[in-house]
Every structure is written in structure tokens, then in C-alpha cells.
Design a protein around this ligand. Structure first.
Ligand SMILES: [Zn+2]
Ligand SMILES: [Zn+2]
Ligand SMILES: [Zn+2]
Length: 257
């Protein structure tokens, strides 16, 4: 199975306008170092319609039939109306994610299911395995800043298990239910936003690596990386030195599991 990290960055992207940090300065002259906002695609499934979704879709040039939304923060959902190019969609999230997606579609496209399209919304409970068409999914809750509901997803399809942390504070390291669902996954996509963890907000480098070790996935890809984090090569070195089998995502990093 092939997956692609469409966007590897966090809420402000890299370069962040008017920022002259090392990552932002370098990204202005080297496109390979740019980071658009986080999004993942596999098997006609999109995880998080980021504000950069138009850019992602026109490059990806593949069909989306299923959308998972980890949480209703701007950088993970604002591109939702860009999905108007698709006639049939199934959207999955907790209540707040579903309601925000419906609101964006109503505001910009004239209805939760716009004209001539069949868009279905499915509110899924936290911490329960749910059977979808051709897939099983477990939406675990994460502790994440000001937002009431936020979570990650573990998907099982075609004999593979794919885990995506979504945005999460370091509290996830002590969340046995989430760890159990992710444990031994074929692929873990873990957020690694900042240099240091921010309690109840985001993972730092050390805790993201510790999470990867706890989960013990066949392969781990770190993403949702802030412009203020270490440089790409320093992050790669940290991952390598920690003995984690995996890599640090760039935009449009393809993974085969
Ligand atoms: Zn985010
Ligand atoms: Zn910067
Ligand atoms: Zn967030």
C-alpha cells in the first residue's frame, strides 16, 4: 500500500510569512524545505483537509472518497470546501469535526451536501472500533490545547494497520488505550511539532521519538513540523541515532507499507 504525506508542516507552514528563522530563510530559496500544512492520503482516503488542499489535490491528481478529520483546528480542516471537485464523499470525525465540516460546506458551497453531490457525514465515537466499508477504524481521543475534541486514527485495511496521532500533547505517552490501538502498526505517522513538548498541546522531538518506541510500528514517519523546530537534517539525525526505523516527512513524501 502506498501513502503520501501531502503536507508535513504545522499551522503556520514553513516559511511562515515575515519569519527569518533558519528554517524559514532556507525554505525561501530551497523548495524541498517548504512545509505546507499537514495532510495524509492513502487508498482514496484523505486525513485532514488542510488549508493547502487545493495545492495538494492538483499535484496528487487522485480521487478522494473518504475523509477523516482529526480535529477542527484551522490547519486541519480549513481546506474542506476544496473537496467540491468530488461528487461522492464520506466524512468521518467526532461530533465537533463533523459539525465544523458541515458548517464550512454550508457557508462556502451552499449546503452540507452541495448541489449535485452526495456527501455523507458520520460521527464516530471515541475509543471504539468502527466498521466502515472495507476498513476498520479506531478514533482515539488526544489532549490538545484549546479545542474540546481532538483525536488520532488507527485504520485497518488490506491487512495493514495505519496509525495517525493527530495533534497531541505528551499526555499520549501515558494513554494506554491509544498506545494499545497503535501498538505494532505497520505505519505510524506521529506529530513532532516542536523542539520541546508543550504539555496538553504538542509533542517535542524527544517525546515523539519515545512515542514511536512505545508504539513499535514497522515504520514511523514524523510530521506536523513547525518552522521553529530543528532543521530537517538535525531531526533526521535524532531519529536515526534513537534507532527508530523511519524518517522525517517532507511535503509529498511517499511511503510504501
Ligand atoms: Zn495542527
Ligand atoms: Zn520561521
Ligand atoms: Zn491542532
Amino acid at each position: 500500500m502506498k501513502l503520501v504525506v501531502l503536507g508535513s508542516g504545522s499551522y503556520s507552514g514553513t516559511p511562515k510569512p515575515f519569519c527569518n528563522c533558519e528554517n524559514c530563510s532556507r525554505a525561501r530559496t530551497n523548495p524541498a524545505l517548504r512545509r505546507t500544512r499537514f495532510s495524509l492520503y492513502f487508498e482514496k482516503t484523505l486525513v485532514d483537509p488542510s488549508p493547502d488542499l487545493h495545492y495538494h489535490l492538483e499535484r496528487l491528481n487522485r480521487k478522494v472518497e473518504r475523509v477523516f478529520i482529526t480535529h477542527a483546528h484551522f490547519d486541519h480542516i480549513a481546506g474542506f470546501p476544496e473537496l467540491q471537485v468530488f461528487g461522492e464523499l464520506d466524512v468521518y470525525s467526532h461530533g465537533q469535526g463533523v459539525e465544523t465540516a458541515k458548517h464550512l460546506a454550508s457557508l462556502f458551497l451552499g449546503g452540507a451536501s452541495p448541489d449535485n453531490r452526495v456527501w455523507r457525514y458520520h460521527e464516530i465515537p471515541f475509543n471504539e472500533w468502527v466498521e466502515l466499508d472495507g476498513m476498520r477504524v479506531f478514533h482515539f481521543r488526544t489532549v490538545h490545547r484549546s479545542i474540546e475534541n481532538s483525536g488520532g486514527f488507527v485504520s485497518e485495511l488490506k491487512g495493514k494497520r495505519i496509525a495517525v496521532t493527530g495533534d497531541t500533547g505528551p499526555e499520549i505517552l501515558d494513554d494506554n488505550e491509544a498506545i494499545k490501538a497503535m501498538e505494532g502498526a505497520d505505519l505510524l505517522i506521529a506529530e513532532m511539532t516542536h523542539r520541546e513538548s508543550i504539555p496538553r498541546t504538542h509533542l517535542g522531538v524527544k517525546d515523539a521519538i519515545e512515542l514511536a518506541k512505545k508504539v513499535g510500528a514497522g515504520y514511523t514517519v514524523f510530521a506536523h513540523i513547525s518552522h521553529s523546530n530543528y532543521t530537517h537534517e538535525v531531526l533526521e539525525k535524532r531519529v536515526r541515532e534513537a534507532g527508530v526505523i523511519g524518517e522525517v516527512a517532507r511535503d509529498f513524501t511517499w511511503i510504501e507499507v
